[in-house]
Design a protein around this ligand. Structure first.
Ligand SMILES: C[S@@+](CC[C@H](N)C(=O)[O-])C[C@H]1O[C@@H](n2cnc3c(N)ncnc32)[C@H](O)[C@@H]1O
Length: 256
C-alpha cells in the first residue's frame, strides 16, 4: 500500500502535537541510564519520508545511528535528502525481521504502521524484540475512534465502514486495524500505552478534507451499494467547519 509524501507532510504537524511526550521522556531516561561508548542503534520500520526520526531523534540522548526501513524507494529518497547521512534500506517488512533488526539494535520504532500489520506479524516483532532485549516505541497507531464535534447523521456509518476497511490486507495478511494497540498489549506484557489523538480544529480544512476523502473512498469499497449516501456525506463533511479528533495510541516497551 502506498502513501504520498504530500500526505505524510500534511499529517506530520498533527502527529507531532499528538505524540505522548511522557513515553518519550521515559524512553530517553531509560536510554540515558544505559548509554555506553557505542551510538544507540535505532531501526525505524515503515519510516516513509523520515518524519518519525525528525521528531524523535532530538528527544533521545545524543549518539544515535538510525536506519530507516521502508518499501517505498521514493519516500526513502526524500528521507535521505532531508536527513543527509542517515542509512536507508528499501525492504518489505513482511520478510525476515531478524535481517532488518540485527542483534545489538537498541531501539525499534515505528510510526503510523502497526494498524497495517497482521497479528502474526506483530507477534513476530514482539517475540524478536524480547529475544534481543531491544526497546520498542510504536506511535500513532489508529485505534478506531473518530469523534466529530458536533456528531451528525452519517458519521457513525462511515466510521464503521472505514474501520471494517482497516481490517483488510495491507500487505501483511489481514490487518489489525483498530485492534492493533490492544493486540500489542496482549502480545508484549509490560507495554505502556498512552493516547495520542489527532486534534483537528474546525478551521483546518486541508487535513479534514484529506481525511474525509480517504474515509469516503474506503467506505465505498466496503459498501458500494451506499455510494450515493457516502458521496453526500463526503461533500458535507469536507465543507462544514467541524472539529474532529482521531483516536491513536503510542506504546512503549522496555526490556528489564
Ligand atoms: C502511514 S505511513 C507512515 C510513514 C512514517 N512512519 C510517518 O510517520 O510519517 C506507513 C509507511 O509504511 C510503509 N510500508 C507499508 N507497508 C510496508 C511493507 N510491507 N514494507 C515496508 N514498508 C511498508 C509505507 O511505504 C509508508 O511509508
Amino acid at each position: 500500500m502506498s502513501f504520498s509524501a504530500d500526505w505524510l507532510a500534511l499529517r506530520a504537524p498533527y502527529d507531532t502535537a499528538a505524540r505522548a511526550s511522557a513515553l518519550e521522556r521515559r524512553l530517553a531516561d531509560w536510554l540515558s541510564a544505559r548509554s555506553g561508548p557505542e551510538p544507540l542503534s535505532v531501526v525505524d520500520l515503515g519510516a516513509g519520508s523520515g518524519n518519525n526520526m525528525a521528531h524523535l531523534a532530538q528527544h533521545l540522548p545524543a549518539g544515535q545511528s538510525w536506519t530507516l526501513v521502508d518499501a517505498d524507494g521514493a519516500l526513502l529518497e526524500e528521507a535521505a535528502r532531508r536527513h543527509p547521512g542517515v542509512s536507508v534500506r528499501q525492504a518489505d517488512l513482511a520478510g525476515d525481521l531478524a535481517a532488518l533488526i540485527p542483534e545489538g539494535t537498541g531501539l525499534v520504532t515505528a510510526s503510523a504502521l502497526i494498524d497495517l500489520v497482521s497479528e502474526a506479524w506483530l507477534a513476530r516483532l514482539a517475540a524478536w524484540v524480547q529475544e534481543i532485549r531491544c526497546a520498542l516505541l510504536v506511535v500513532l497507531t489508529y485505534d478506531g475512534r473518530i469523534l466529530w464535534e458536533p456528531e451528525l447523521a452519517g458519521d457513525g456509518e462511515i466510521r464503521d465502514l472505514m474501520n471494517r476497511h482497516q481490517r483488510g490486507d495491507k500487505g501483511f495478511g489481514p490487518a489489525l486495524g483498530p485492534e492493533a494497540p490492544v493486540t500489542l498489549s496482549r502480545l508484549l506484557p509490560g507495554v505502556e500505552t498512552a493516547m495520542s489523538d489527532w486534534q483537528i480544529a474546525a478551521g483546518e480544512p486541508a487535513m479534514r478534507a484529506a481525511l474525509v476523502a480517504g474515509w469516503a473512498g474506503a467506505a465505498a469499497e466496503i459498501a458500494p451499494d451506499r455510494a450515493a449516501a457516502i458521496e453526500a456525506w463526503r461533500d458535507r463533511a469536507s465543507s462544514e467547519p467541524r472539529a474532529l479528533a482521531v483516536g491513536h495510541a503510542d506504546q512503549l516497551w522496555l526490556p528489564d
